[in-house]
Design a protein around this ligand. Structure first.
Ligand code: PEP
Length: 248
């Protein structure tokens, strides 16, 4: 059994102006530094603010042990790609991780598995750990296609050879994101077991989809759940901290 320290990651999405983003990051760093004994987190903490806040948030959390991540990257290292950000730029800003293939990118920006695969290559080229999101829609789940959809996403987007410590997969059922509807514990266990069969033992599998302080303890206690990718509840220090504190 590989030793996989849990990771609780906050995806701020397109939220946060300088003042509130800095307040949140500073408060999380303060809590990490102030925690003693049983208050100390047993998991790693990651925050992924919008690109405009990477610099200030980096400065706010530096030395606290909280990791910084981007929410997307372009496959190319640089060039004429207006509005995009490269993996090298994220690394240069102090990121260690990058979220790739989030359903909001797959659906809102038409991102294919092939493009996600290219972006994973870019992340690894820049020394970043990709957090690759997969998950089925409600229609696909109702049609009993959830596992097949997720396996196809993994097959289409993961590189041939990926060392486990350089790869994280986040299972995020699309219908559970931002809806308040979390997948059932049985469904999470079943899907994580499916995903695990396609990954090296060291690779983390996170669950994402309406994780909150009330359901985090039960979800994070499940076998093969190596952490959580948290959207809405990562925007307030109290709820994000409560989720991270749920890691056993
Ligand atoms: C997400 O966007 O990755 C996510 C899981 O969002 P939420 O926690 O708000 O459902």
């Amino acid at each position: 059994m590989a030793d996989r320290k849990k990771l609780v990651a906050g995806n701020w999405k397109m939220n946060g102006l300088r003042s509130d983003g800095l307040t949140l990051a500073t408060e999380l760093a303060r809590r990490v530094r102030a925690a003693t004994g049983a208050e100390q987190l047993s998991c790693d903490l990651l925050i992924c603010p919008p690109a405009t806040l990477l610099g200030p948030v980096h400065d706010a959390i530096v030395g606290s042990g909280i990791h910084l991540g981007g929410q997307d990257c372009h496959p190319a290292p640089k060039g004429a790609f207006t509005g995009d950000i490269s993996a090298e730029m994220l690394a240069d800003a102090g990121c260690r991780f990058v979220i790739l293939g989030h359903s909001e990118r797959r659906q809102g920006h038409g991102e294919s598995d092939a493009l996600v695969r290219e972006k994973i290559g870019a992340a690894r080229r820049a020394g970043l750990v990709p957090i690759v999101c997969v998950g089925e829609t409600l229609a696909q789940r109702q049609a009993r296609e959830a596992a097949a959809v997720v396996v196809a996403q993994l097959a289409g987007s993961l590189p041939e050879r990926a060392a486990g410590r350089e790869l994280i997969v986040a299972y995020e059922p699309v219908w559970a994101i931002g809806t308040g509807l979390s997948a059932s514990l049985d469904d999470i266990v079943a899907m994580h077991a499916v995903i695990r069969r396609h990954l090296p033992t060291e690779a983390h599998i996170l669950y994402g989809g309406s994780v909150n302080p009330a359901n985090a303890g039960a979800i994070l206690a499940l076998g093969d759940v190596d952490g959580a990718l948290v959207g809405g509840a990562s925007l307030a220090a109290d709820s994000f901290w409560a989720i991270a504190s749920s890691c056993g």
